[in-house]
Design a protein around this ligand. Structure first.
Ligand SMILES: *Cc1c(COP(=O)(O)O)cnc(C)c1O
Length: 345
């Protein structure tokens, strides 16, 4: 019963096969190989963006920080939600890689930025005042850290507000595939058509071994990203092994099938849980309030998940963050549910 995170899963056999096939003789390094070039073309097709540039890195934190640094000067303000991974979980990497830009937190329920709050913040930004950081970039996350989802209209609305103030938009898509299949739209519709300028397309949480693609839709920004990646020590020389994985992942829509399975397992969990949820489920994450007794029985039975600080101050309950993945087994979900059921009964 592994619900701690979708990064605890292994790799699908198709990815190992692709790695083995790529492991054949010699190939140029640093992305000059045939697989890296093929991946660049494939992602341009998938995103219907012939001008886009594609850069692979091995962690989502590096992908986010380098993308943000490309969009933001050192005196810039990056507008993001208070629960954003870039704010909470990256040890200051965005501030470090931008050379000191400031994250400005914008509230909104369920991990989503509220459009009216963003508009207020930007109206009072202090642009042009030498004493203030200068508005530089809007950063969104989909799925959000609360497991909720921005619709593509929701992204477009926020991006339009950013655009009115001349700000480009970064999208942290560590769980882009899960959001995409839940939303049922095309990759283009959930990225550049909705106003996204730089997308982090996460592979690691959906079946890859450390592959994240930064897709930059404005080719004018690409060279700077390339230099920043190298300077940061994130230009992998044996690039073919990254590209091979992501190509196999895109082949035949495997990435969508994997995300679909993860979402379906979360749906199964939600359907049988009969516990209050903290946030509406947008994909493959679920936050449920459980009696502490139930939590203890689940722990004793070996279930793995993290607790979420819910500030309820109720000693009788806990809030559990449950994340399903591409290889979550239905029988494990059912076993979890039967343990919850027998404790509640
Ligand atoms: C997992 C995750 C990342 C990437 O994390 P790394 O551990 O650096 O790969 C980025 N954003 C979100 C929302 C995540 O959940």
């Amino acid at each position: 019963m592994y619900f701690a995170s979708d990064n605890t899963s292994g790799l699908p056999p198709q990815i190992w096969d692709a790695l083995r096939r790529a492991d054949d003789g010699y190939a140029p390094g640093y992305g000059g190989d045939a697989l890296s070039q093929a991946l660049r073309d494939r992602l341009r097709d998938v995103f219907e963006a012939p001008e886009a540039e594609v850069f692979l890195v091995t962690t989502g934190s590096a992908a986010n920080a380098l993308a943000l640094a490309t969009l933001t000067p050192p005196w810039g303000a990056i507008y993001c939600h208070g629960l954003a991974h870039i704010e909470v979980d990256e040890c200051g990497a965005p501030e470090f890689y931008t050379g000191g830009a400031k994250l400005v937190l914008v509230d909104g329920p369920d991990g989503r930025i509220a459009p009216e709050v963003l508009a207020e913040r930007l109206a009072a930004s202090g642009r042009g005042n030498v004493h203030n950081v200068q508005p530089a970039c809007l950063s969104l996350t989909n799925l959000t850290e609360c497991g909720t989802r921005y619709t593509r209209a929701g992204i477009a609305r926020l991006a339009a507000i950013a655009r009115d103030h001349g700000l480009p938009v970064h999208l942290d898509g560590a769980r882009f595939a899960n959001a995409l299949v839940a939303e049922g739209c095309t990759p283009a519709e959930m990225s550049w058509r909705a106003g996204v300028d730089a997308l982090v397309l996460g592979g690691t949480k959906n079946g890859l071994m450390g592959v994240e693609a930064v897709v930059i839709f404005d080719p004018a920004r690409a060279w700077e990203f390339a230099l920043r990646r190298k300077r940061a020590g994130h230009l992998w020389s044996k690039h073919r092994y990254l590209a091979a994985q992501m190509l196999a992942w895109l082949d035949g829509g495997l990435w969508l099938d994997l995300a679909h399975h993860a979402n379906a397992m979360a749906e199964r969990l939600e359907g049988g849980l009969h516990a209050p949820l903290l946030f509406p489920r947008g994909g493959n994450m679920l936050f449920a309030r459980l009696p502490r007794r139930t939590h203890e029985a689940l722990q004793a039975a070996g279930a793995q998940y993290f607790l979420w600080p819910d500030h309820q101050n109720d000693p009788e309950t806990v809030s559990a963050r449950l994340v399903t993945s591409w290889n979550t087994r239905a029988e494990d979900v059912d076993r979890f549910l039967s343990l919850v059921g027998s404790e509640v009964a």
